[in-house]
Write a protein that binds this ligand. Structure first.
Ligand code: G
Ligand code: G
Ligand code: MN
Ligand code: NA
Length: 256
């Protein structure tokens, strides 16, 4: 409860920030997008991980307001980069969306309104949803996903492979891609099972016409195995940890 109050205050007083992690083409290292990740540093407690405070925000309902802030801040940033001609039409930023946000029937309208307000094309935003959303999908969530997809917003399944998603779930939901969980990328080059799992995800994604991003790429060896398996886009410490907008702009967008 204490942390919930502090979080509420942090949101109200502008103490939340977004960090951006580059998403690159594996073969060339060329930037194609970024993932926006929320950061909170409390004046007393210091930095607090979203792995800690996002679940608290979900339980308390504060996630609705935080989610709106994340989307708005992301779009503000994308609009600024576009205005400075630092990114083009095909650059996208992915934003994590909690299951609870997808149970709000007003979400698609809010997303649409925010895109219009910042004059950012739908194609510049990708929503990252969890497998659990597809598994427990309620009729409300189903409608929300459908409405978002109808708006032209892309949706990818985050941490793919860690839940219980069967082919049928992917097929029944209007998702456009998957992000292979880093636990499977970890063992590439050393663990034959991880390699088979990634091979299976690629085959499935090809069959269902889904995009694939590999997460948690940390070594050139993993990068090579992913490329050999037909994965073309990745994200991970091999290129960069999540960094501030300023650092991201300097390191990835401004040609030196
Ligand atoms: O960035 P980091 O590894 O600390 O993130 C930890 C967890 O918090 C990850 O599961 C990530 O998806 C989640 N997370 C980060 N930013 C956001 C956000 O803006 N919204 C939601 N719902 N989850 C986030
Ligand atoms: O659950 P989600 O995929 O949204 O979590 C994103 C988190 O993964 C970010 O907080 C980021 O810090 C972390 N992350 C990104 N790249 C790597 C990586 O190469 N290795 C590890 N261990 N974590 C990573
Ligand atoms: Mn994510
Ligand atoms: Na993930």
């Amino acid at each position: 409860v204490e942390i919930e109050l502090a979080l509420r205050q942090a949101l109200a007083t502008g103490q939340l920030h977004l960090a951006y992690q580059p998403i690159v083409e594996l073969a060339s290292g060329k930037l194609v997008g970024a993932e926006a990740l929320i950061r909170w540093s409390d004046p007393v407690r210091g930095p607090i991980s979203p792995a800690v405070f996002i679940p608290i925000a979900e339980d308390s309902g504060l996630i609705a307001a935080i989610g709106r802030w994340v989307l708005d801040e992301t779009l503000r940033q994308v609009a600024a980069w576009r205005a400075d001609e630092l990114v083009g039409e095909d650059f996208w930023v992915s934003v994590n969306v909690s299951p609870r946000q997808l149970r709000d029937p007003t979400l698609p309208g809010k997303v649409s309104e925010a895109l219009e307000r910042w004059d950012v094309p739908q194609s510049s935003v990708v929503l990252e949803i969890t497998e659990s959303v597809m598994i427990d999908a309620s009729t409300v969530t189903d409608q929300v996903l459908f409405d978002l997809r109808r708006l032209g917003v892309k949706m990818v399944v985050d941490d793919f492979g860690t839940g219980f998603s069967a082919l049928g779930y992917l097929r029944r939901h209007p998702v456009t891609g998957v992000k292979i969980d880093r636990s499977f990328v970890d063992g590439l080059g050393t663990d034959a099972e991880d390699e088979e799992i990634v091979r299976a995800v690629v085959a499935m994604s090809t069959a269902l016409k889904l995009t694939v991003v590999a997460e948690g790429v940390e070594t050139p060896a993993q990068q090579d195995v992913l490329s050999a398996l037909g994965v073309t886009v990745g994200q991970g410490h091999l290129w960069s940890v999540p960094v501030s907008a300023e650092e991201f702009t300097e390191r990835w967008l401004v040609a030196l």
